[in-house]
Design a protein around this ligand. Structure first.
Ligand SMILES: [Zn+2]
Length: 120
């Protein structure tokens, strides 16, 4: 059964209902009880080294995320509709060709705005 370690809060698979500590915490408790300072020191050094490596990795990944976000934002600008295509679109949806419908007026207005936006 999955259980939360009462010492460090990590989730661990407890094969017995009476197990309250994850293996790492149980081992550290046993080492402390036995007065094995060497084992405790070694565990602390390993933990410190692991933390240091994890911090380096986080920093490396943050750098990648920052660069990718910057690159994405730069490329996120919408591309202008090529002028010849825009001209065809305006001709195709001109209100005169569509009984002056609301939809054709709406689309024509939007297309004219695009032309004005990108020719400015
Ligand atoms: Zn624990």
């Amino acid at each position: 059964m999955l259980r939360k370690c009462t010492c460090c809060g990590a989730t661990f698979d407890a094969d017995q209902p009476w197990k309250l500590l994850c293996y790492a915490c149980w081992r550290a408790k046993k080492d402390a009880e036995s007065g094995d300072v060497g084992a405790l020191t070694l565990r602390a050094i390993k933990a410190e080294l692991g933390l240091s490596r994890a911090m380096d990795e986080i920093e490396r990944l943050q750098g990648i995320i920052y660069r990718e976000a910057k690159r994405w934002a730069k490329n996120a600008q919408p591309e202008a509709i090529p002028p010849d295509l825009l001209k065809s679109m305006l001709l195709l949806c001109h209100p005169d060709r569509h009984n002056n419908s609301q939809a054709s007026n709406k689309v024509t207005t939007w297309l004219l705005q695009q032309r004005a936006k990108h020719s400015a």
